[in-house]
Design a protein around this ligand. Structure first.
Ligand code: ATP
Ligand code: MG
Length: 406
């Protein structure tokens, strides 16, 4: 994705085709009041990287579709009932949403009514820092003190916290996700009381929505303080009953920063769990790739500990790969406590370079063995001999060992 300029006036140029298609004012002709909204405005104010381009317009979705199509732009009605259309131009994706008010929220879904009132659209948004809009000429519209809150790192609901949570319980998790990412002052007590009082409502959300939010939350630079607050307010107990209490996440993050290891939500998720079970992966609706990786991170075998021999560590590195072993060491170390020998194990794993076993099944067959399971067994036995020898044996030495054992 091409970087967006920090000068709003030049956004008109960067996003000119989409803005013009939607009828944004060009050379002073104000046809339609089209504005940037949501995260892009917040991040622009904060000097943070700009993510997706969210745009709002008073035009109804059918008009938006028409406008985009007649400008020759690709338009996909991704969320028509909520008034969202996705446009694609120049490799950028635009989410274009009709101004709306939410009616009849049942804790998960809202019925929506379209409006041309920007203040009403701001009122249905979750947090003050997410409720601002920015016109292409650089005018900021800030209906709920979002700029001040952004500067103070304050994540605050638009309106009454308890009401907003009961409209959509996902907002509990969004609160903590934005706090983990942007918070520089504590969430206020009235909000935490509302979270505590309504945490049970999280049970009404689908596993997919919870997993999506939790993944984003756990990918923050340091989510540990927020997870601690989520624990004391009963949120973790509601969504993750098998959570391991205690300081493992805090320790993991400290060690990730030392190592350094990239922020990775699944590694952090793994440290909150006592063991990987297929049931957890299924309940959380993890993708196959995530489920397999979680199982590898928490598998009981091989045990990797501060006392694991170099050979056994090498064996794990060779068979499981460096990434999995580093993650397993980080997780086990965080859960286990403070033995300094962990650090050395991690250094060994970090220094690992990939090794290639110099023999193949063909070498076994050349010795006259009949094809069958014994070929693989013999090959694996010589491979393990090669691992135990610290990968020192070259092809000739390995062939000699194979001949000796055949
Ligand atoms: P990110 O950078 O993570 O995408 P974002 O602020 O753009 O952050 P989105 O989830 O993309 O977050 O949502 C876009 C905007 O839509 C938000 O800024 C907010 O104004 C509004 N919004 C999204 N989800 C909700 C919700 N559950 N309740 C109220 N408003 C919401
Ligand atoms: Mg967004």
């Amino acid at each position: 994705m091409q970087p967006l300029s920090r000068q709003p006036a030049s956004w008109m140029a960067a996003h000119g085709r989409v803005l013009a298609a939607l009828g944004a004012p060009i050379v002073g002709v104000r046809e339609r009041d089209v504005r940037f909204v949501g995260g892009i405005v917040r991040n622009w104010l904060l000097g943070e990287p700009l993510g997706d381009v969210d745009i709002a317009t008073p035009d109804t979705p059918d008009v938006v579709m028409e406008r985009l199509k007649s400008a020759g732009l690709k338009a996909v009605p991704t969320g028509l009932d909520h008034g969202t259309i996705t446009a694609v131009d120049g490799g950028l994706t635009y989410e274009i949403t009709t101004l709306r008010r939410d009616t009849a929220c049942d804790g998960r879904h809202a019925a929506v009514e379209f409006t041309d009132d920007w203040a009403e659209d701001a009122r249905r948004r979750d947090f003050t820092i997410n409720a601002m809009s920015l016109a292409p000429d650089g005018t900021l519209f800030d209906y709920h003190g979002g700029a001040e809150d952004a500067a103070a790192g304050k994540v605050r609901f638009v309106g009454n916290a308890a009401d907003r949570i009961q409209e959509d319980y996902l907002r509990i998790l969004r609160l903590f996700r934005f706090q983990a990412r942007y918070g520089r002052s504590d969430i206020d007590n009235a909000t935490l009381d509302a979270v505590r009082a309504h945490a049970k409502g999280l049970a009404r959300l689908s596993a997919e929505r919870i997993t999506q939010e939790l993944a984003k939350l756990l990918a923050a630079k340091n989510p540990a303080p927020v997870v601690a607050v989520m624990t004391t307010t009963g949120v973790i107990g509601e969504i993750l009953p098998e959570e391991q209490p205690g300081p493992a996440l805090t320790r993991l993050i400290a060690r990730e920063h030392e190592t350094p290891a990239p922020a990775d939500w699944l590694r952090r998720f793994a440290v909150l769990l006592p063991e990987a079970t297929a049931a957890i992966a299924a309940r959380w609706k993890l993708s196959n790739a995530d489920a397999q990786r979680l199982a590898a991170l928490l598998a009981p075998d091989p045990v990797l500990g501060p006392a694991t021999s170099v050979t056994n560590l090498n064996r794990a590195l060779y068979h499981l790969g460096q990434g999995v072993v580093i993650d397993r060491l980080l997780i086990a170390w965080a859960k286990d406590g403070d033995d300094p020998a962990w650090k050395q194990q991690l250094a060994r794993a970090n220094a690992w370079t990939d090794k290639t076993f110099p023999l193949s099944g063909g070498d076994v067959l050349k010795l006259g063995l009949a094809p069958g399971p014994q070929v693989g067994e013999l090959l694996r036995a010589v491979e393990d001999w090669w691992i135990e020898g610290g990968f020192a044996a070259d092809r000739d030495a390995a062939l000699a060992e194979l001949a000796r054992r055949a």
